[in-house]
Design a protein around this ligand. Sequence first.
Ligand code: ITT
Length: 203
Amino acid sequence: LEVVLATHNAHKVAEFQRILGERMPQLRVLAYDGPEPVEDGTSFAANALIKARAAAEHTGRIALADDSGIAVDVMGGSPGIFSARWAGHGAGDEANRTLLLAQLADVRRPNRAASFHCTIALVVPAALADTGEPVEIVVDGTWPGQVAYEPRGSHGFGYDPVFEPEGHEITAAELLPEQKNAISHRARAFEALIPELERVAAT
Ligand code: ITT
């Protein structure tokens, strides 16, 4: 089974390849970085579907896309779907983290509660679906925790250095990649995705 993963984020390709490949040896994840659709959805699910649909249409292959981010409770769920560009388009991960810490400068625990969210869309183009209709499936994973007072750790990417997962006194960037990959929001979304992929592989 070959699927294309619609993303421009090399970290995501690596995580998908490693985690899905381990669980489904017959699966090959191909990076797709064709024309980028406008991500103008108002939810993680809407944006994941926009990206997966575009890749499925463009390649005629089964497509996956991930939309993810961090939601801070006291900020009403922001940065949320705007996580990748919280400090502006192209500002980068470090600028995003610095801005978030500045916005929470006066907020003490336990009010720094936050969660990572990962939504994955799976789109089977009509031509490959046994019903003759496109198949669209969306799964989610959530990883609760809190925002740290200062960045720590050198693994991972994005908001990992400023996110302390529940049950840990260290940040996600202080976890080894294999530890993070076993328990993260993305790992939780993969748990829900694998049975769906197996169903698709069987048809
Ligand atoms: P694509 O849309 O091309 O897949 P992207 O990085 O722009 O790549 P998103 O729009 O889904 O992806 O933005 C997700 C952002 O949320 C990402 O840039 C990180 O800042 C953050 N994020 C998502 N998963 C994360 C994780 O596991 N660890 C740390 N930060 C994460």
